[in-house]
Ligand binder design. Structure first.
Ligand code: KG4
Ligand code: ZN
Length: 351
């Protein structure tokens, strides 16, 4: 078998949605730099992400961020062994900006590159560590159950090892982040919604309104959030803006509680069915304060070892892409110039 020359450092680019992010990551998971441009304000007037605006922003910010990531890490191109870039799944226009940039750099610099699945990045985010806290760091142990929750995805995986990911269950309609964002829009909280609902909910009563928890009692691990959204719509549409505003904390707390209950019920069920005690929660929605508190309590009650990456590695970021990419390149994989952007995962990305 041909021996693969091991890379030490990769520079990674993430542009699958609206955040532009660049990172330099070691094969040990140490993040040497992570720089991102988040342009929520550009999308706010439209109440959601506008793909055209997202890709224009990527083309404006990506090259300056690449320079910044090198200077922040106090490195030069000569220090970088290879390049990683998200090429799937995501918004086509956004993916193209990152992919074409990395292909060009790969050609110009004579360095190999790899197209990475964004979701693999999220699944491995719990292995990332900062340079100055790397010593006391404990990575998750295989096998683990991972709940990946973001604006576009809500899936429970069995992570058997690096590169061995099995889908155990998934949302059948809206993603959890989407459910937060749509509710925020209905309640007049604007975009991005998740964090605003979270903040409002902190002063509210989670039992004030009884929102549905679809599929929660069913033995499978799939989820559904569209019934919850419709139920909120039915409750809010006859109300005036003043009435909504007067009850906003209670509405947010109750709605949030329904999402958190479904996610954690299904996660616990996945652990019980697979008899696995190691758990990772990742993706932008794992920033939710109620979810974090209830997940910790659940872990304690059921003797689970829970790991939730720091916020910077939970939301979309290039460090997770760099780690997944360097692992794969050190496994002898890389992409050639014919690789394209793909709106969905490849069939063989998951077992
Ligand atoms: O992983 P991410 O940064 O991007 C995607 O891949 O989608 O996740 C973004 C999602 C958005 O839907 C946002 O509203 C949600 O994560 N989110 C939150 C919170 N912070 C971000 N949802 C609930 N509570 C939060 N604190
Ligand atoms: Zn994501």
């Amino acid at each position: 078998m041909k021996e693969v020359v091991q890379m030490e450092l990769a520079l990674a680019v993430e542009t699958s949605c609206d955040d532009t992010s660049v990172a330099i990551v070691g094969k040990d998971g140490v993040v040497h730099s992570l720089v991102s441009a988040t342009k929520d304000l550009d999308h706010e007037p439209y109440g959601g992400i506008v793909p055209e605006i997202a890709s224009r922003n990527h083309s404006k910010h990506l090259l300056p961020l690449i320079d910044k990531s090198l200077s922040q890490a106090q490195m030069q191109w000569a220090d970088i062994d290879g390049l990683a870039v998200t090429n799937r799944p995501g918004l086509m226009g956004s993916l193209i900006v990152g992919l074409v940039t990395v292909k060009s750099l790969s050609q110009a610099l004579g360095k190999p590159f790899i197209g990475v699945n964004h979701l693999e990045g999220h699944l491995l985010a719990a292995f990332l560590k900062d340079k100055n806290t790397a010593d006391g760091f404990t990575p998750p142990q295989f096998p683990f159950v991972a709940l990946a929750i973001s604006g576009g995805h809500t899936t429970i995986y069995l992570v058997e090892d690096f590169f061995r990911y099995k889908v155990l269950g998934s949302t059948k309609d809206d993603a959890a982040g989407e459910a937060f964002d749509k509710f925020a829009k209905m309640a007049g909280l604007g975009f991005p919604g998740g964090v605003r609902v979270d903040q409002m909910a902190q002063k509210g009563d989670p039992k004030a309104h009884d929102f549905p928890r679809s599929m929660i009692l069913e033995p499978h691990l799939d989820m559904s959030f569209s019934g919850l959204k419709s139920s909120a719509q039915r409750l809010l549409s006859p109300m005036t803006a003043e009435q909504i505003s007067a009850q906003l904390s209670d509405l947010c707390a109750s709605y949030q509680e329904a999402i958190v209950d479904v996610l954690l019920h299904k996660l616990l069920k996945a652990c019980q069915q697979s008899k696995i005690k190691n758990v990772v929660i990742t993706g932008g929605v794992s920033a939710n304060s109620r979810l974090r508190a209830k997940a910790s309590a659940m872990a304690q009650q059921h003797q689970l070892t829970l790991s939730i990456p720091p916020l910077a590695y939970c939301t979309d970021n290039a460090a997770m892409i760099g780690y997944a990419g360097i692992l794969r390149m050190n496994n002898g994989e890389h992409s050639d110039l014919s690789v394209g952007p793909a709106p969905r995962s490849y069939q063989n990305d998951f077992l």
